[in-house]
Design a protein around this ligand. Structure first.
Ligand code: BGC
Length: 499
């Protein structure tokens, strides 16, 4: 066989194998419907079930976490005042001051820091190391921007937006159930993260900063959507306002929240439910923690690559849905497929053995979703952008046939993610009957996160799946997606305000 014939035969084999892999990533309308009804069932179980051990495999008995947030009202945009917000996300910490102007707008000053590696996964750092770091960043920010307002007799309220599951019994406390995404400091689990932060603030001399509220980032997204609702892109208040129903994040991690009737939150201790009803409260925002939807893997589409990834990164409580959807895992799924194709001698054949593959392709999480985003939209005939991306990010030269294969894989991985992302949205809309309520059933979904905001075509693929799923094209048309800008900071401030 000539050199050319050999390559043609290999390309044909690669194409065949890749088309099989691609079909294993497809999700159809029937699956969307099945997953949505299972999601609703898991919401019901979680609302009744008082234990938050949904993080364990076999957790479906406990249902979704459905964590009560103690946020019982929605802002309306007239709120005013200066508040601090601290936002601990998947990779960054942001400390901000937020001036709510009372007219749906706010002004924000902020400093963002990447969480240093020594505090991330696989380290022997302690809670004091982490919260000490957050407190020092807080102190540096206040010294720079707000030294004028720091007086011992004028306490400053801070809302802590914390993007990890906590068990809350009040607005200003919450114990960490487990870490997800990148952080993994074991001794924090089971501790009150507000207390840990407050203690370290005192140590750095910030006694006057009071952490008065703890909130999940999805709730921050929802509250800031409610505050800003009615604002059009040119800053005018719009005449027609649709009901804000959901706050969601599709970024490094994924999760969402919505308002639930207090009478339906069966797991609330009786004395709390009675007190809230006595105070005239009727609903409460629920942090669903949908990243761990179907941790028993009964309905989620699953390829052999998912099984490998689920096993390898099982430590973060399963998070099976998150592993198929969130930005942290999209590149990792592709990396696993490529390593597999290489082991079968179908791709990157210039490297004979696994050991010889470039370091970055062998290393988990080195293929980022930004690279996938560039490949997704590469429409040049030679897939030049794909070629450059692989050269830059992995130091990896590729042939045109390989690039075509890679692009097909990227597109099915992202489409599956977006299709799955539609499931919780349909489920909440159906469970709350929101599409049949006021404003002709028009609803708004507030979103934030790098994938939904920046990944090309993600939102339109998600909308396509909404129309294919149980709410159909009519429901999809009534659902409006609005980006909640600076949601963690504004949401944290709004929580501090109601505290
Ligand atoms: C966390 C959630 C968070 C989501 C989005 C998940 O990994 O468990 O609490 O809301 O990421 O940041």
């Amino acid at each position: 066989m000539s050199f050319d014939d050999f390559h043609k035969a290999n390309d044909a084999k690669l194409l065949e194998e890749v088309s099989q892999i691609c079909s294993s990533f497809e999700v159809n309308a029937e699956q969307l419907k099945e997953m949505t009804s299972y999601f609703i069932q898991q919401m019901e179980i979680g609302l009744a079930n008082n234990n938050n051990n949904e993080g364990t495999i076999n957790g479906n008995k406990a249902g979704l976490a459905m964590i009560p947030s103690y946020v019982t009202s929605k802002p309306n945009g007239t709120e005013e005042g200066l508040f601090m917000a601290a936002v601990l996300g998947g990779m960054n910490f942001r400390i901000c001051s937020v001036q709510l102007n009372g007219d749906h707008t706010f002004d924000i000053k902020q400093a963002k820091t990447r969480i240093p590696d020594y505090l991330m996964e696989g380290t022997d750092a302690t809670s004091d190391d982490l919260f000490g770091f957050l407190a020092r960043r807080t102190s540096a920010f206040i010294n720079k921007f707000h030294s004028d307002i720091m007086k011992p007799d004028t306490p400053l309220k801070l809302g802590f937006t914390f993007s990890y599951p906590v068990d809350q019994e009040s607005l200003n406390s919450g114990t960490l159930i487990r870490w997800t995404k990148g952080l993994n400091i074991p001794d924090t689990v089971g501790k009150d993260v507000v207390q840990l932060y407050q203690e370290q603030l005192t140590i750095v001399g910030l006694n006057m900063v009071n952490v008065v509220a703890l909130t999940n980032d999805t709730i921050g997204t929802f509250l800031s959507l409610c505050y800003a609702q009615g604002i059009t892109t040119d800053g005018q208040v719009s005449g027609e306002i649709s009901e804000p129903v959901i706050g969601c994040i599709f970024g490094t991690g994924t999760n969402g929240c919505y308002m639930e009737k207090i009478e339906n939150i069966k797991k609330l201790p009786d004395y709390i439910r009675e007190r809230l009803i006595h105070e005239g409260k009727t609903e409460m925002c629920i942090n669903i923690e949908w990243g761990s939807f179907d941790n028993d893997n009964l309905v989620l589409p699953t390829t052999k690559y998912d099984i490998d990834i689920d096993k390898k990164y099982a430590r973060n409580g399963g998070q099976l849905f998150e592993k198929r959807v969130s930005g942290m895992f999209l590149g990792e799924i592709l990396r696993n497929v490529l390593v597999d194709l290489h082991s079968k001698g179908l791709i990157l054949t210039q490297f004979r053995k696994h050991d010889q593959l470039p370091h970055r392709l062998k290393t988990p999480f080195q293929l980022s979703s930004e690279v996938l985003a560039r490949i997704e939209i590469d429409d040049s005939s030679t897939l030049r952008e794909t070629e450059l991306s692989f050269l830059q990010s992995l130091r990896l030269p590729t042939t045109l046939a390989e690039r075509k294969a890679i692009q097909s894989l990227v597109r099915v991985i992202s489409r599956r993610s977006a299709y799955l992302a539609s499931v919780p949205i349909s489920a909440i809309l159906i469970k709350t009957n929101a599409l049949n309520k006021k404003y002709h059933g028009e609803v708004t979904v507030g979103y934030d996160g790098s994938i939904i905001e920046l990944y090309p075509g993600f939102k339109s693929m998600m909308r396509q799946a909404l129309a294919m799923g149980p709410i159909g094209p009519e429901g999809e048309r009534k659902t409006h997606f609005v980006h909640s800008k600076d949601s963690g900071s504004a949401g944290g401030a709004l929580c501090a305000l109601v505290a």
